[in-house]
Write a protein that binds this ligand. Structure first.
Ligand SMILES: Nc1ncnc2c1ncn2[C@@H]1O[C@H](COP(=O)(O)OP(=O)(O)OP(=O)(O)O)[C@@H](O)[C@H]1O
Ligand SMILES: [Mg+2]
Length: 468
């Protein structure tokens, strides 16, 4: 590997020489700058991967320097140090993009640890930078992490379709990044200066969805106390993101189709139509193909929406991204939660690399957040992992008075298992307040599997039979 190059910026020659001597001794190629302005000039001519900078410096100070550096060369990692920083300064530094803040005096070993981590982080980052062609795109796509073949072709696809104005249908399992991709498409499009309006079709009661989409005029229905603009109009000249489109009811599917065809809409209760110029991006974690086949989703609407179909691969099909995602989220949560977790050991990386991630990136992100908060510092090892990642699935506690003993004369296993299953399903529904998606997540089931089970079992939750 090439020798990593580091630039040290400090107006105090003694400290600068001292840090430089130590890092040279450790085998790094070190350059020096005597303040922020000098440093900005030196990064033009020296291809460094890291900058270590003091905060209090004449001309351009450390904070200002980091801000400028991040806009010029976002891939360079920065470590800042100072004897005078307070919480506000630290927060500003991290916000400006500093990788780590060290309080003076610090010991050299501590510095070395952060230098190593920073360079590892840089190496991972620059890989994903390299994969993205032009400067504008690389900054905008940068929050979508991935370097697997599948993600690289996704990045290419996003760039190609962004400026096309065509309707996009994003499909993929829950937590694969559909919303993230929708935003990236908007941000890279010619509509980026206008609104990106998101509407989750599953989160709004069916009877209100129409007025939410198209707006309504005062008095058009009970509760319509004032005229209201719908999401379509809010998104005029911009992008409308219709999330969970598979949950839209048939009558509304017809109305949506009409608007997509005519580019005109009528607010609820109005007879005057309005022109709208909106780019539609729709998303769903359901299988629309199947829904079309079973007549739950209109075929004509499906074709209208899927002019450009984008399929987000589940995380288990892009294992190469797991280490990158783990490390990126580790850095993110170390910063935002002010923790100093150094990484994952080999065994953990192996286990998580072959885990099947039913909750996809969202599950991984949540796991890392939890690990970082609980661990605080050091390296995450197998004992830090929740049971279910360590191999066997966690099983519900069965103990004390609930301990099951096989009766002397035996009993019916099938009905006992059935009973056990029913109780856990109802508990999950109770805990999620009846929300089937959340309940399914608690049980590590697909939403559709849970719904099927509920139907088959004719289970009743609350007063009503549980409906899909
Ligand atoms: N490639 C990625 N890089 C970084 N973060 C990601 C990536 N994919 C997903 N995430 C993160 O995972 C979480 C879930 O992503 P998002 O909400 O876009 O998923 P989704 O596919 O819309 O899920 P759902 O179907 O449940 O709505 C978000 O916090 C998002 O930032
Ligand atoms: Mg989503």
């Amino acid at each position: 590997m090439e020798t990593p190059k580091i630039l040290i910026a400090d107006d105090d020659k003694k400290t600068r020489d001292f840090v430089a001597a130590f890092l040279s001794y450790k085998g790094y190629q070190v350059y020096q700058a005597f303040d922020g302005q000098d440093a900005l000039q030196k990064i033009e001519t020296h291809d460094v991967q890291m900058v270590i900078t003091d905060i209090m410096m004449p001309r351009v100070n450390g904070l200002e320097f980091i801000r400028q550096l991040k806009s010029l060369r976002p891939e360079i990692v920065t470590i800042a140090y100072s004897a005078f920083a307070n919480n506000e300064m630290t927060a500003n530094l991290l916000k400006a993009g500093a990788f780590f803040y060290l309080e003076k005096p610090f010991n050299l070993e501590e510095l070395e640890t952060h230098v190593k981590r920073g360079l590892e982080h840089q190496a991972l980052q620059s890989k994903s930078f390299r994969s993205k062609p032009c400067i504008k795109n690389r900054a905008l796509l940068n929050n979508i992490i991935g370097e697997s073949e599948k993600m690289l072709s996704l990045f290419e696809m996003i760039e190609k379709v962004a400026t096309s104005d065509s309707t996009v249908l994003i499909q993929g399992e829950s937590g694969t990044g559909k919303e993230l991709v929708a935003r990236a498409i908007h941000d890279l499009s010619n509509r980026s200066e206008k609104n990106f309006v998101a509407l989750n079709c599953a989160a709004i009661p069916d009877e209100l969805l129409e007025s939410e989409l198209f707006g309504h005029v005062k008095g058009s229905f009970t509760g319509a106390v004032a005229t209201r603009v719908g999401r379509f109009e809010m998104a005029d000249k911009g992008t409308l993101f219709l999330d969970e489109i598979g949950d839209m009811k048939a009558n509304l599917q017809v109305k949506l189709l009409r608007v997509l065809q005519s580019r005109e809409l009528e607010p609820v209760g109005s007879t005057r139509s309005k022109k709208v110029d909106v780019r539609i991006i729709a998303a769903t974690n359901q299988n629309l193909d199947h829904m079309v086949a079973s007549k739950e989703f209109r075929e004509d609407l499906y074709y209208r929406l899927s002019v450009i179909p984008i399929m987000l691969p589940p995380l288990r099909e892009r294992g190469a991204d797991v280490p990158l995602l783990l490390n990126s989220f580790l850095e993110k949560f170390n910063r935002s939660k002010q923790r100093k977790v150094q990484g994952f050991d080999k065994q953990v990386l192996e286990i998580l690399g072959s885990y099947d991630w039913p909750g996809n990136v969202r599950e991984l992100e949540n796991l890392v957040e939890r690990l970082v908060i609980i661990k605080g510092s050091g390296v995450i090892n197998i004992h830090d992992l929740p049971e279910k990642y360590r191999g066997g699935r966690s099983t519900p506690a069965v103990h004390g008075e609930h301990m099951i003993n096989l009766p002397d004369d035996g009993f019916c296993l099938n009905s006992a298992v059935e009973e056990f299953e029913n109780r856990l399903i109802l508990q999950a529904l109770e805990r999620s307040g009846g929300n089937k998606k959340e309940a399914a997540e608690l049980l590590n089931l697909k939403r559709t599997t849970l719904i099927e089970k509920l139907k088959k079992k004719k289970l009743v939750y609350g007063e009503h039979p549980v409906s899909p």
